[in-house]
Design a protein around this ligand. Structure first.
Ligand SMILES: Nc1ncnc2c1ncn2[C@@H]1O[C@H](COP(=O)(O)OP(=O)(O)O)[C@@H](O)[C@H]1O
Ligand SMILES: N[C@@H](CCOP(=O)(O)O)C(=O)O
Length: 316
């Protein structure tokens, strides 16, 4: 469960009184997620989502996320807008954290997506990229290739406590992936974390694209690669489902386009995605406070995916 910061009923009621959303009825910490503290809040008028931003979300970036969500929502993408209070203030402070009240969207996150569902999420990603194609705002990727060496250094000494040999394994791939990283592919705002748990679905329809807090300006095909790494494997990273992976890419191409150069780069972009999530998971595995109500994610599930992408071209 990801609740790092506890909010008392009194302070939540006072917070809600700034909005036209009715009075607090109940609030409960959300079991999923690892980055922020999230609550599902019921009021006399409906259901809302409350996020208190923690470690990896800089408050200076919140206006970017707000503008991005507003733009995507205006274009018809199923994203939750951050709600303004009566004074038109959206980004607030609660329990000494930046905090936002957010639209609650229907749907559930899938554990075992089918090809049809992966196709739908690929299409939704292409629509999202189209909606931000000429967006007048940008945000650098703070977890891109230029940051991996420092991230590696911050946990290198403890990597072998997760799995003997992991330090050497990561080091070897890091050097090779960074050397091969493409520099001339189209860039745009990307989600950068469109895992199944960041997509809400009902049957085969996408009802919510959520958790944009890693969104940034980077290689557009990297978003497709991140999606592939997260949708085409089971949670342990042991079982690869070619039909799901192919459907996610096909869904993207049904509504958007991948050039030959972008397609050709997918294997190295996927290896980079594996490394990025392996490293952040390893960092969290090592540094998450013992009393945090959070389920740490297994770094080795991404070491296994990295192995799979290095064994053969899963995009062939
Ligand atoms: N706007 C929303 N509407 C409905 N459910 C949501 C919404 N945002 C998040 N959730 C639920 O909360 C979970 C955790 O949210 P998420 O943003 O992924 O957390 P974190 O940023 O901490 O990783 C999601 O998996 C989803 O089930
Ligand atoms: N998707 C990342 C972690 C980021 O957490 P999220 O709950 O915000 O998606 C991972 O699985 O490592």
């Amino acid at each position: 469960m990801a609740v790092y910061t506890h909010v008392s009923a009194e302070s939540l009621a006072a917070f809600l009184s700034r909005y036209d959303v009715g009075a607090l009825v109940s609030a409960k910490g959300i079991a999923e997620g690892v980055e922020n503290s999230n609550y599902m809040v019921d009021t006399t008028q409906g259901r809302y989502f409350l996020t208190l931003y923690e470690k990896r979300v800089a408050s200076a970036d919140l206006p970017f996320f707000q503008a991005l969500l507003d733009r995507l929502a205006a274009a018809g993408c199923p994203v939750p807008r951050m709600l303004p209070d009566r004074t038109a203030t959206t980004i607030q402070t609660l329990a000494d954290r930046p905090a936002c009240l957010i639209e609650f969207l229907p749907g559930v996150s899938l554990s075992h997506p089918t090809p049809a569902q992966a196709h739908a999420v690929g299409a939704a990603m292409a629509d999202m990229h189209a909606a931000v194609a000429d967006a007048p705002f940008a945000r650098p990727n703070t977890l891109g290739p230029a940051d991996w060496q420092a991230l590696f250094a911050s946990c290198a000494d403890q990597l072998d406590t997760i799995e003997p040999g992991l330090r050497t394994r990561v080091d070897r791939s890091l050097t090779d992936i960074v050397a091969r990283w493409p520099s001339d592919l189209p860039r745009s705002i990307i989600h950068a974390d469109l895992f199944p748990d960041n997509v809400l679905m009902l049957d085969d329809s996408v009802t919510g694209l959520i958790d944009f807090y890693f969104a940034c300006t980077d290689i557009r095909a990297y978003d497709v690669a991140v999606m592939h790494t997260s949708w085409a494997f089971d949670a342990t990273g042991r079982r690869y489902d070619d039909a799901v992976g192919a459907a996610a890419v096909a869904g993207y191409c049904a509504r958007g386009r991948l050039s030959d150069a972008e397609r050709g780069a997918l294997p190295v972009l996927a290896r980079g995605a594996c490394l990025r999530f392996l490293l952040t998971r390893a960092y969290d595995w090592i540094h998450t406070p013992a009393d945090a109500l959070v389920t740490r994610k297994d770094p080795l599930a991404y070491r296994r995916r990295l192995d799979a992408y290095e064994e053969r071209n899963l995009f062939a």
